[in-house]
Unconditional design. Structure first.
Ligand code: BTN
Length: 242
């Protein structure tokens, strides 16, 4: 599909901007790239802070009407990982990992997801990828990530933001079309091959401990606990290895 490309030096958040347009009913297919974000957002209300020039931040906003939205952000992760490097792994639901360290994240938002076909249903697919290995600011030990973040230049030396965008975008557009037609089922096998948590002991933010057993057809994480198999929804909980 055709979409317009906008590159801004600064914005609050590329996702926030495209969601504003989607809610106002004015979102046409758009790729919005920002050189810096003043209020970048991650999942579950977290801030996304990235170094201008040393990262790629963009959102792709497009009208979309899949039969089922489940697993869209996982499908985006699969698409990016496959474009990047065979050793990039996906940490459910939507972090990209380089040998256990976070390379970037995905924030998928939807506008009017339940509306009837053809009435303003949109997806905003936000992607933040580190090029350089981030230097963490001073922070309390309790807030430090278990593993330091990673940068793509560790596996793709010399990569710049423009080349990175061109590397991931064609497959991402194709994969979004495939998702719209076929749903998460078409990505489940590729996700399984990249699943960083598979077989690992995990702890969820709502207090479950068990072994990660892959994802279900709806993109839920399956966790084998002493009480049996539980399905964990990405809307509700976060997961960390333990
Ligand atoms: C996460 O790690 O929880 C997801 C991070 C997603 C960050 C990207 S950067 C471009 C787009 N705009 C935002 O405000 N967030 C996403």
């Amino acid at each position: 599909p055709a979409f317009s490309v906008e590159v801004l030096t600064e914005i609050d958040s590329t996702n926030t901007e495209l969601m504003r347009r989607a809610r106002a009913g004015t979102l046409s297919p758009t790729l919005l790239v920002a050189l810096s974000q003043t209020a970048g957002r991650g999942r579950r209300g977290k801030a996304w802070v990235s170094a201008p020039g040393d990262s790629l931040t963009f959102s792709l906003g497009l009208p979309m009407a899949p039969v089922d939205w489940s697993g869209l952000s996982l499908a985006v992760g699969v698409s990016l990982a496959d474009s990047l490097h065979p050793e990039v792994r996906l940490k459910w639901p939507n972090d990209l990992w380089w040998h256990g360290r976070k390379l970037g994240g995905i924030l998928v938002e939807t506008a009017n997801p339940g509306a009837t076909q053809g009435t303003g249903r949109c997806a905003v697919v936000g992607v933040g990828l580190n090029l350089a290995t981030p230097v963490l600011p001073e922070m309390p030990a309790a807030e430090m990530p278990a593993m330091p973040p990673a940068g793509l230049r560790e596996c793709l030396p010399g990569l710049d933001a423009g080349a990175l965008l061109l590397r991931v975008l064609p497959a991402l557009v194709r994969d979004l079309q495939a998702f719209e037609a076929l749903g998460f089922e078409a990505f489940a096998q590729r996700f399984a091959q990249r699943d960083a948590l598979l077989g690992q002991p995990v702890h969820t933010s709502d207090g479950l401990t068990g072994e990660a057993c892959g994802v279900g057809p709806d993109g839920c994480l399956r966790v084998l606990t002493p009480e049996g198999m539980r399905d964990v929804s990405s809307a509700e909980v976060s997961v960390r290895p333990c």
